[in-house]
Write a protein that binds this ligand. Sequence first.
Ligand SMILES: [Zn+2]
Length: 215
Amino acid sequence: MVEAHERYISEGSAEEKAAIDGHIAAIERVHLVPASIAPVAVRTGETGPEHSTVSIPGKHDTKISSPDGAIVVEEIVLCPQMLEDFNSTTHEIGHSLDLNALGGRLSATDKLTDHWFSAQPETQEWRRAVQRSVAFDRLSTARIDMEKQAYYLLPVELWARSYEQWIATRSGDRDLREKIERRRADVPGLYWEEGEFGPVGEALEALFVTRGLVK
Ligand SMILES: [Zn+2]
């Protein structure tokens, strides 16, 4: 186990690095990361118009067929605007921890979290907690753009947002909390209300505890 900043290395201007490192510090107040993860550069750059991406050079569609295949996330590229407006650093680190299977050895697909659901019994509690939550229901029935809604409901995205909120709750980081607050008002059920998050956060906590990562 190592500290998050030993594997997630910020790059860019002093201001960008400060924003990225602030979130990495919040993560460090909550958990360690597996030493087996290869170092990941975290920087801003050209991404799709709307979403930050986990960029895996040379493996754009990230399909690995071998059941023993391991995936290496080499860098996280954040849209500069999203770095400012959203919790992109924490969100994308959540994705990368999912892709790296929290240091485990699993086959990797572009929807690894789906695979986790069937392959990892330890994720069942988290899935159940999410699906039973009021926020999930609210998001599923929200009258919003259908394409966006389907995207928000992808298990990988539910994973990354719940990870963001868990880090925000456990670290008490003001920036993380404020950004969630703002996004919560934008899209119904995108994040959990304070009183609804308990079981989801506890399930995530338990999952990280089983990996010996919680401080
Ligand atoms: Zn995402």
